[in-house]
Ligand binder design. Structure first.
Ligand SMILES: NC(=O)c1ccc[n+]([C@@H]2O[C@H](COP(=O)([O-])OP(=O)(O)OC[C@H]3O[C@@H](n4cnc5c(N)ncnc54)[C@H](O)[C@@H]3O)[C@@H](O)[C@H]2O)c1
Length: 336
């Protein structure tokens, strides 16, 4: 099938290679000429050292590459999703599924990214969200990986499954696009906090508690927004949370470590060379969404305080530990 991947960062590149390896005709679109030339000249993406591009991936900066495609993968950072989707309108054939792999929530509007894409494309294209525990560095090297593709339109989800499924890349389908997107976007906030714990020298116990209670509050918000609770026990929930909170591949965790060691959020992101730290943006949106929905998210609120209001992570942790005593299942009974 003719396919195009829009966004040649680490993730877009790894997915373009997965499509090419499955025998699809694949174009990889870069945001800048310079980025495209680097890929062409080096034969690899500097974000994926040691992963050769090889033949069969057409490098381009022309968005018309989406014309005539059977599926288009959208892999820009979350802040660029709306602008890029707007430019795709009029180019992409009506009915062609868009497989969205960016993770985040739109700033201010608090829309989920699949809603942003659907809005910009005028609802003429099914939008599938692909998510799960999947570092680009590992998918690029063919490390066995499993993810989920979610869409209310089952045909579109099955097409996405078919496109990517291989012996190295196992794809599950799901109808719960809201749950999958909420899990994908908000685990980055918890990964920042997990990194912060590491940077402050806390132990495994602290991090495990943070991940568990972090997932609980993500699920609480998700369910309030119409997601299915089981999704948070799946690949896009606990699966992605584990991988992001425990790996040095995660920029969110790495940024958190620096903040835990005393850097400001800005200094930490600069030290990561300007690579996108989605959790920083997601923390603001998550806080806004939680406030609007009247859902309690104490860890996310603490992350917001540290990232945006100069809060001291040690004091935030102390406050979280000193919250009123609770039953573990108490607040969750209303889910059922
Ligand atoms: N890296 C991973 O392992 C991974 C895995 C799953 C999901 N994701 C998600 O995929 C998305 C992309 O991540 P990445 O790791 O490939 O990022 P990256 O930092 O490697 O690359 C970002 C890319 O976006 C391009 N870009 C920058 N500004 C743009 C703009 N205004 N319009 C269009 N493109 C622009 C850059 O040129 C660059 O190619 C993120 O939302 C991320 O959360 C990443």
């Amino acid at each position: 099938m003719k396919t195009a991947v829009i966004g040649s960062g680490a993730w877009g590149t790894a997915l373009a290679l997965a499509l090419r390896d499955n025998g699809h005709e694949t174009a990889l679109w870069s945001y800048t000429e310079q980025e495209s030339s680097v890929l062409r000249e080096r034969g690899e993406n500097p974000m994926l050292p040691g992963v050769a591009l090889g033949p069969g991936v057409a490098l381009t900066t022309d968005l018309d590459c989406v014309k005539g495609c059977g599926a288009v993968v959208l892999a820009t950072p979350s802040f660029a999703v709306r602008g890029t989707a707007r430019q795709l309108r009029g180019r992409i054939d009506p009915g062609t599924p868009v497989i969205l792999v960016s993770k985040g929530i739109e700033k201010d509007s608090c829309l989920l990214l699949h809603q942003v894409v659907a809005e910009e494309l005028g609802g003429r294209n099914p939008v599938v969200v692909l998510s799960g525990p999947s570092h680009a560095e590992e998918v690029g090297r063919g490390v066995p990986t499993a993810v989920v593709v979610a869409c209310e339109d089952r045909e579109a989800a099955l097409l996405a499954q078919d496109l990517f499924m291989s012996r190295r890349f196992r794809i599950y389908t799901s109808p719960d696009i809201v749950g999958v997107e909420i899990g994908a976007a908000l685990k980055n906030v918890i990964a920042l906090c997990a990194g912060c714990c590491d940077g402050m020298g806390c132990g495994d116990n602290t991090k495990a508690a943070l991940m568990t209670r972090g997932l609980t509050e993500i699920a609480r918000l998700g369910v309030a927004l119409g997601a299915r609770k089981e999704t948070f026990a799946g690949l896009a929930g606990v699966g992605d949370l584990i991988v992001t909170c425990t790996s040095m591949h995660s920029r969110n965790r790495r940024a958190g470590i620096l903040i835990g060691q005393g850097k400001t959020a800005r200094e930490a992101m600069d030290e990561l060379g300007g690579a996108v730290v989605e959790g920083y943006y997601a923390a603001a949106s998550a806080k806004q969404m939680a406030d609007r929905a009247g859902v309690e998210m104490p860890i996310t609120a603490g992350a917001y305080e540290v990232l945006y209001a100069g809060g001291d992570p040690r004091q935030v942790l102390e406050r979280l530990m000193a919250r009123e005593r609770r039953d573990e299942l108490e607040a969750e009974e209303s889910w059922i």
